[in-house]
Design a protein around this ligand. Structure first.
Ligand code: SF4
Length: 389
């Protein structure tokens, strides 16, 4: 299936596994029907991840992870769905809530933390009981009506990558429009927005569609199978035209020869087409990763330059750039963004309060343009003319 010149079936699964318990769920039926003739479909009765470290023979973590990218398992999720973003100790937290409608991603970014986080259970998964996820969000939000819940679905999965097959946004977006104190953030490196465009009169300003963006050469070399920077911006332009607000995450900022020019170009490319006042937030974060991810990167992407350079093991057990370089990069990109519009809500994700002090003059304060991101109570999103809560 081609969408805007991009062959989406190139990253559709080659194998679709469906647990017996999910067979009657509408999501499973939809995927089985759409993937018929494309993927080998099997019903699974036994529990566990079919590519789990202890059941998949003596293949290496890297081999199993690569294999997992081509296999999608449909199953029900058990346990709770909604959790506060764990953040990092000693770092300023942006109060995002997280739900995971699945886990794993068919795209293949060199630096993707899922390579270490999911390495023991690498099969891609989609949960077929997301009605239960929505009920849990509704119960929690109505128990605290004065609190604003900004909920993201893009922590363990790309929020749009399966949407042509799953059509999940057709359920999520109207649901979030109906509950007064929740706001949905979809986060993606994909450009499939067709379902979102059909909801132009139903989203009521309660969904922010955000894209992870990077320097063009990083996207080309280290974000395999994703939409190009140009395609992401074109998708953002379409959803803005449909009344959505958008977000951009400069994550991870990567250091390389000529990084200033390329990040400046990315900022300029975005804001030459997206009106700054339609941007709900922009985050900036430098490269960081757990030390075991380095082994996966070296095994899976031996040609990548990402694991090299002025990096060290920080207190939070993550490898980061040395502080002067990190601050220089954050400063530079923030300045480029603030030059576009000084009220642009730009925040630093996973950064210490000393970084906030040095780069922005202090932690975010109530009443600033960052209130929507950082306040526990939050504020209601700006509603477009013609849209009503
Ligand atoms: S798009 Fe995101 S989730 Fe998918 S491989 Fe890249 S970093 Fe990982």
């Amino acid at each position: 299936m081609t969408y805007d010149g991009r062959d989406r079936s190139a990253f559709w699964p080659e194998k679709l596994l469906v647990r017996e318990e999910s067979l009657a769920d509408p999501l499973a039926k939809r995927l089985m029907s759409k993937l018929e003739g494309h993927a080998e479909i099997s019903i699974l009765s036994e529990k566990g991840d079919p590519l789990a470290a202890d059941t998949a023979g003596d293949s290496s973590d890297a081999e199993r992870f690569t294999k997992g990218k081509r296999t999608l398992l449909l199953q029900r999720h058990s346990g709770s769905w909604l959790k506060a973003c764990p953040g990092t100790s000693g770092h300023v937290c942006c109060n995002l809530w997280i739900v995971n409608p699945g886990e794993g991603c068919p795209f293949d970014c060199t630096y993707c933390y899922l390579q270490s986080y999911l390495k023991r259970n690498p099969t891609l998964k989609l949960y077929t009981n997301i009605q239960e996820m929505l009920s849990e969000i509704e119960t929690r939000a109505s128990a605290e009506p004065n609190r604003m819940f900004r909920v993201g679905t893009g922590e363990l999965i790309d929020s749009l990558v399966w949407d042509d097959l799953s059509e999940q946004t057709l359920e999520l977006v109207p649901f979030f429009a109906r509950i007064p104190n929740v706001l949905l953030e979809l986060k993606s490196k994909d450009d499939y927005v067709e379902n979102l465009l059909t909801l132009r009169n139903e989203h009521l300003g309660k969904t922010v569609v955000s894209w992870s963006v990077n320097a063009k050469s990083v996207t080309e070399k280290d974000e395999r199978s994703t939409a190009s920077l140009e395609q992401r911006i074109a998708a953002a332009e379409k959803v803005v035209e449909a009344g959505y607000r958008v977000g951009f995450h400069f994550d991870p900022l990567v250091h390389f020869e000529g990084w200033e020019d390329e990040y400046r170009d990315t900022v300029q490319s975005i804001f030459s087409r997206i009106p700054a006042e339609r941007v709900a937030w922009v985050s900036i974060s430098t490269l960081r990763y757990r030390s075991d991810l380095q082994d996966m990167m070296l095994a899976r992407f031996p040609e990548s330059k990402i694991p090299f350079g002025e990096q060290f093991l920080a207190k939070d057990r993550k490898i980061r750039y040395v502080q002067p370089l990190r601050f220089r990069m954050l400063h530079f990109v923030r300045d480029e963004l603030m030059a576009i519009r000084k009220e642009l809500p730009v925040y630093m994700c996973m950064e210490s309060s000393s970084a906030w002090r040095q780069i922005t003059g202090g932690a975010p304060v109530a009443g600033s343009e960052l209130s929507e991101v950082f306040s526990r109570k939050g504020k209601l999103p700006i509603i477009e003319e013609g849209h009503h809560l």
